[in-house]
Design a protein around this ligand. Structure first.
Ligand SMILES: Cc1cc2nc3c(=O)[nH]c(=O)nc-3n(C[C@H](O)[C@H](O)[C@H](O)COP(=O)(O)OP(=O)(O)OC[C@H]3O[C@@H](n4cnc5c(N)ncnc54)[C@H](O)[C@@H]3O)c2cc1C
Length: 320
């Protein structure tokens, strides 16, 4: 079996960036990706706009030209998939990495299709595959969605949107504009400060004019076939009619995968242990890159500020 210099798990923007950096430095590498190229972006809401400008999403100094100041999902797919194609990056798609173990100085990587060996492994698996569940009765009903794609299925339906982050606000506004009756149930006392600055006034104005209903300091406690039950700001129980719940409660990295790979997880946020200078974990030659590094705090890292991981990792690999 060929022993690769680097095996990269995940072909998100940051995994691709690691591959480009490895290629630039003549290291042998392979990306293993369980879906398509930039699979998380492929699964984003169809009409989403990034909060970053195009140049902040660029990798390997390859220009990202966008007609609008903030690119949309399709432009980002064109950009990153175009790079993989034009730069001829080595990727195996629709192959899931199941296990990473170390035998002496060599990693053995077991996937859904094969086995590989590598001197170094980079885990750049992101956080978009595991929804952060509310763990309440009825959450498993068909009408509860943890991924929002587009507004059209919800026209003229009674929608409850959970949360007040960018994803919740986008879903509330889009469905409202396609004729849904939207109620937001929000744990906090206001719309999140992180909401895109050009969207925040829109949602706040829709709420104050009551075209979108919002219950702040409130918590959903049960989902039934035709209604939802929540505790309002006065701790009173309310039940309202409901057709669909858009539970935009965030996503989590695959902690079991990290743990089974030998990576220590620390504190309340289950932060994976790594050296911030090199991105090397507590396992020698096993690295983390991209948004997976934040543990439960998925707002810590994004493309803009984790693009640098690739260079840090490859520099460290070359120096050892
Ligand atoms: C709706 C939304 C909007 C965002 N907007 C912005 C923005 O404007 N600007 C910004 O900088 N950031 C933004 N982010 C954050 C960040 O861009 C994304 O999370 C980005 O995709 C992170 O890149 P990544 O390469 O670290 O992880 P990902 O893009 O999530 O890539 C991880 C890849 O690993 C694969 N994978 C996972 N497990 C395995 C396995 N076991 N085997 C094989 N493959 C596996 C996945 O399929 C995926 O393709 C946004 C995030 C979301 C959810």
């Amino acid at each position: 079996m060929e022993i690769l210099d680097i095996l990269i798990i995940g072909a998100g923007p940051i995994g691709l960036n690691c591959a480009l950096e490895a290629k630039k430095n003549n290291l042998s590498y392979l990306i293993i990706e369980k879906g398509t190229i930039v699979n998380s972006l492929y699964n984003y809401p169809l009409y989403m706009r990034f909060f970053s400008t195009a140049e902040k999403l660029e990798i390997a100094e390859i220009p990202f030209i966008s007609a609008a100041p903030k690119p949309g999902r399709q432009e980002a797919l064109e950009y990153y998939q175009g790079i993989a194609r034009q730069k001829n990056i080595n990727i195996n798609l629709y192959e899931k990495v199941l296990k990473v173990s170390k035998n002496g100085n060599i990693f053995e990587i077991e996937t859904s299709k094969s086995k590989y060996a590598a001197k170094n492994v980079i885990i750049s698996t992101g956080f978009y595959d595991i929804p952060n569940l509310m763990n309440i009765p009825g959450e498993n009903l068909e009408k509860v969605k943890h991924y929002y794609t587009e507004p059209y299925p919800y026209a003229q339906q009674k929608i409850v949107v959970i949360g007040s982050s960018n994803s919740s606000v986008d879903a509330a506004l889009e469905t409202y504009r396609k004729g849904a009756e939207v109620t937001m149930i929000i744990r906090n006392s206001e719309i999140s400060e992180n909401v895109k600055y050009w969207v925040k006034p829109d949602i706040e104005n829709r709420i104050s004019e009551e075209s979108i209903k919002a219950h702040f300091n409130a918590e959903l406690i049960e989902i039934k076939e035709n209604s939802v039950v929540f505790k309002d700001k006065n701790d009173e129980i309310q039940e309202i009619e409901n057709d669909f719940v858009l539970a935009m409660t965030g996503y989590l990295p695959d902690f079991n995968f990290l743990k089974n790979s030998g990576i220590d997880l620390q504190g309340e946020c289950l932060n994976p242990v790594y050296d911030p200078e090199t991105m090397e974990t507590n396992i020698e030659n096993l690295y983390l890159a991209g948004v997976v590094c934040g543990g439960k705090d998925t707002h810590l890292w994004f493309i803009e500020n984790s693009r640098i991981h690739a260079e840090m990792i490859i520099r460290n690999i070359l120096s050892t």
